[in-house]
Design a protein around this ligand. Structure first.
Ligand SMILES: *Cc1c(COP(=O)(O)O)cnc(C)c1O
Length: 441
């Protein structure tokens, strides 16, 4: 039996990891594309962005793509595109980045949170119907940490209740759900393209839809300089100034990066997929931990595996705390930690903050009744922090390094008994409001 590194044993990871975690990968071609825009002083134009949009739409097999300054802006545009407004409710999983839900406030709408499925970490279709009221207009689906959500059931619920479906694909560029690209299944989708995501351009986002009205409404909302593209008469009447007062034009240094990334991405994604699946294959059957990945040969894939997680089963390790487990793995040379995005329904912004001075918390002023969800109302989402941990996000298939990293987890899991005596349990709070608290690289 090998001694755990946390007790002074030899670290499992011995090989230099080199650039296996470096992200984004900036090539000469990307530098040149950026310099070309910069030297032409063309940062605020739209020509490069329009080319990127065409290419991104084509890659996804969609009619319309609209570049935005951020993923948050793309989500805001998507919500406005659908016509969400005063008094409307959206249903959104509580475990996600805030931008999946918060932009609805400034449209006069509000959000009801739904549970996640503890295996996929995506919105639980069985919970959605319980959250529907006569005010519900749309369901926001997040393909969380690149795991495609259960779209068949969600679309069926949408059809049955006449609700629109927004796909937040900020974690899942290029991922497949039963062979279909995520972001092409709902009514509209939005992708963050910020530097840490699997499709990194720099601060940017993009919206996809096949619906001309959604596209044009999003143009009206945040793209006043492109109002000449609007064809629908009722929208055209209001062209020239942005509806609502937002300006979401994509920076052309970002769209220039995006055009090159699009050429590189399918191959990058394939290599990441191979590396990550290899990592999990090595750990198959290890007690206490389980892969967060779709069934093999299911035609459902994780694209670029953004911010990958593992599922923790403390009951298989005599209730060893995830905190203690992660400390021991970290000591083996694999920085890891428990938790993911904290449950949004518990943050003050969704409970007590009156953002627009309307005399009541914004969450409920925008609704017909008090829809707040106190502690205890979404138990799966509230308990998930102790059940997930970050794993290394390999950008290259380099078997030796991957094997050492997998071995670190296996070694700790197999020797877990040694960790029990000094286990102090978990701190009160795990996770964070963004995923940036996690390991960089
Ligand atoms: C990153 C992210 C966003 C927002 O994107 P930005 O480009 O940072 O504005 C939206 N939703 C999810 C799930 C994200 O992870």
């Amino acid at each position: 039996m090998s001694k755990l590194a946390i007790f002074g044993g030899e670290k499992t990871v011995q090989t230099d990891v080199g650039d296996i975690f470096t992200w984004p990968i900036i090539t000469k071609e990307i530098e040149e594309a950026v310099l070309k825009v910069l030297r032409a002083g063309n940062m605020s134009g739209t020509d490069v962005t329009k080319k990127f949009e065409e290419e991104y739409a084509a890659w996804n097999g969609m009619k319309y793509a609209l570049g935005h300054s951020t993923g948050t802006g793309a989500l805001h545009g998507a919500m406005f595109g659908l016509g969400i407004g005063k008094g409307d409710e959206i249903i959104c999983p509580s475990i996600t980045y805030w931008a999946s839900a918060l932009p609805v406030f400034s449209l006069g709408g509000t959000v009801v949170f739904a549970e996640i499925d503890p295996e996929t970490l995506c919105i639980d279709p069985d919970d959605i119907e319980k959250r529907i009221t006569e005010r519900t207009r749309a369901i926001v689906v997040v393909h969380y940490c690149a795991y495609p959500a259960e779209m068949d059931s969600i679309m069926e619920i949408g059809r049955k209740h006449n609700l629109k479906v927004i796909e937040d694909c900020s974690h899942a560029h290029g991922a497949l759900y039963k062979g279909k690209m995520v972001g092409t299944i709902g009514d509209v989708s939005a992708f963050s393209l910020m530097s840490g995501k699997s499709f990194p351009c720099g601060e940017a986002g993009i919206m996809l839809t096949n619906d001309r009205r959604i596209y044009e409404r999003a143009l009206a909302f945040g793209h006043y300089a492109r109002h000449n593209e609007i064809q629908l008469e009722d929208i055209k009447k209001g062209s020239g100034l942005p509806w609502g007062g937002y300006k979401y034009r994509m920076h052309q240094l970002s769209s220039a990066v995006g055009r090159v990334q699009l050429k590189l991405y399918p191959q990058r994604m394939a290599e990441i997929d191979k590396a990550m699946n290899y990592f999990w294959d090595l750990l198959e059957g290890t007690p206490g931990i389980k892969a967060h990945r779709p069934e093999k040969n299911s035609k459902t894939t994780k694209g670029g595996w953004y911010a990958p997680l593992g599922l923790y089963r403390s009951e298989e390790l005599d209730n060893l705390s995830i905190t203690r487990f992660c400390e021991a793995v970290t000591a083996e040379g694999v920085p890891t930690g428990p938790g993911c995005n904290k449950p949004l329904h518990l943050h003050p912004i969704f409970n007590s903050i009156d953002v627009y001075h309307q005399g009541k918390p914004t969450r409920i002023v925008n609704s017909a009744c008090d829809i707040r969800q106190p502690l205890g109302s979404l138990p799966v989402s509230e308990g998930i922090q102790e059940k997930v941990f970050s794993i290394p996000w390999f950008k290259h298939y380099r078997p030796k390094i991957i094997e050492e990293h997998a071995e670190a987890f296996r070694k700790v899991a197999e020797n877990y008994k040694e960790l029990l005596p000094e286990d102090k349990g978990n701190p009160e709070e795990l996770g964070g409001w963004g995923l940036t608290f996690r390991r960089k690289g």
